[in-house]
Ligand binder design. Structure first.
Ligand code: HEC
Ligand code: HEC
Length: 351
């Protein structure tokens, strides 16, 4: 029996289509076994208790309510409102036809689906990638130029104001500076070995290709040029996130996939084993995608560079392949040793 996750019934559009595809999928014995609910991974905190999503339908139809709703629309229908195929060239801010919601699931309201809930209460904050304190506007720009492979929104634009308003709305009642359990994508146990893209390819063929395509190209909602975006987003190729994006880092991407994919999965009952999630993510992240210039300028303090950053320069001498695939604990240990010996910035000159 294919389990029908509750999330699917709550989300119209792509997810409903996804359900149709799921139901049309042949259900070999192993697939059925894989979607059987399991106890949540030990690492998944009991996040649900404090999970409050304010009801957007209760907002009045005034200037504030309309602005918040436009922010939600920009999250859900990014390609139609500011994608590369919109009629007015001045509004082509995103460089690909993804929507924010393709990664910030259910309009940014899903626990461990990279939600927006609680994010507003955490900005401004120190950002290691920039080596400086950044605002939430700056963080949005980060996803514009990396995940959306596009350009920065003009400061003070209607789009930026609406998105910040939507973030603020979704943090209603969240205390400033307090962590929000359920934010991010969770943290499953790491493997003692390197993730294996070859094994991951087999997982991809079996569990992902039906929606995301044999070549990771996804499936359009309509046709090329109609600005309707995707029913199933691409995972690599020219219309995907670029190689400077968060999704190109193995740890975050693997946790996102483990907690949320195939679509309809939740962190409570992951459909993939942790090994399958690590390996399939290694395969996806190894595929070609747009290149972002000046990645070497990210994380100016190399000692703060996340161990899974797939591009140098690094503070350590460890094989760059290990930064892409793990295992990561030896890298953390090496950085700790450097810090203990008094280093404050790490070696600036490694390739
Ligand atoms: C391809 C996937 C993808 C898309 C599309 C995407 N993002 Fe993100 N976004 C991420 C990932 C991954 C992270 C977490 C990165 C990290 O570990 O810091 C993130 C983080 C963020 C954060 C910080 C969240 C936090 O918890 O601190 C904001 C704000 C954000 N994105 C806004 C947007 C907006 C607005 C859009 C659409 C214009 C967008 N993103 C599109 C993948 C994506
Ligand atoms: C039943 C269809 C379906 C299957 C199977 C599926 N996905 Fe997805 N995936 C989606 C949809 C739809 C989205 C967009 C999010 C949404 O609409 O809720 C998505 C989003 C994503 C994203 C973030 C968006 C992007 O463009 O990067 C990643 C990464 C991803 N899926 C990876 C996978 C992997 C890996 C597998 C296999 C283990 C998989 N998915 C299986 C439907 C599916």
């Amino acid at each position: 029996m294919i389990r029908i996750p509750g999330a699917l019934t709550a989300v119209p559009g792509a997810a409903a289509l996804a359900l149709t595809v799921l139901l049309q999928m042949p259900a070999p014995a192993h697939a059925a076994a894989a979607v059987t609910p399991k106890a949540p991974a030990a690492s998944a905190p009991a996040a649900s208790a404090g999970w409050v999503v304010p009801d957007i339908n209760k907002l009045p139809d005034d200037a504030w309510g309309r602005t918040v709703r436009y922010g939600r629309d920009l999250t859900v229908r990014t390609a139609s409102l500011m994608g590369p195929e919109v009629r007015d060239p001045a509004h082509r801010f995103a460089g690909n036809n993804l929507s924010c919601q393709d990664c910030h699931l259910e309009a940014g309201t899903k626990q461990f689906g990279l939600p927006y809930v609680g994010v507003y209460a955490d900005f401004p904050s120190y950002r290691a990638r920039e080596g400086a304190v950044g605002t939430i506007e700056e963080r949005i720009q980060g996803c514009m130029v990396r995940s959306m492979n596009g350009r920065r929104l003009p400061p003070g634009s209607r789009e930026m104001t609406a998105m910040v308003a939507y973030f603020k709305f979704l943090s209603t009642g969240r205390p400033v500076g307090e962590p929000t359990p359920g934010r991010g994508a969770g943290r499953m146990p790491e493997l003692p070995r390197a993730a294996d893209p070859a094994r991951g390819k087999a997982v991809y063929t079996l569990r992902c290709a039906v929606c995301h395509g044999d070549h990771g190209q996804g499936r359009r909602a309509g046709v090329v040029g109609d600005a309707q975006g995707y029913a199933f987003p691409p995972l690599w190729g020219p219309d995907s996130f670029n190689d400077g994006a968060g999704m190109a880092h193995l740890i975050g991407a693997a946790n996102f996939i483990h907690a949320n994919m195939p679509v309809g999965t939740s962190w409570r009952a992951p459909a993939l084993t942790t090994a399958d999630a690590w390996d399939v993510t290694a395969y996806v992240d190894a595929q070609p995608r747009p290149h972002m210039a000046h990645r070497d300028r990210d994380f100016p303090n190399r000692l703060e560079k996340p161990v899974d950053t797939p591009y140098g320069p690094y503070a350590d001498d460890i094989d760059p392949a290990q930064h892409r695939l793990g295992p990561f604990q030896p890298i953390r240990d090496a950085l700790k040793t450097q810090k203990a010996s008094g280093a404050t910035h790490g070696n600036q000159n490694r390739p």
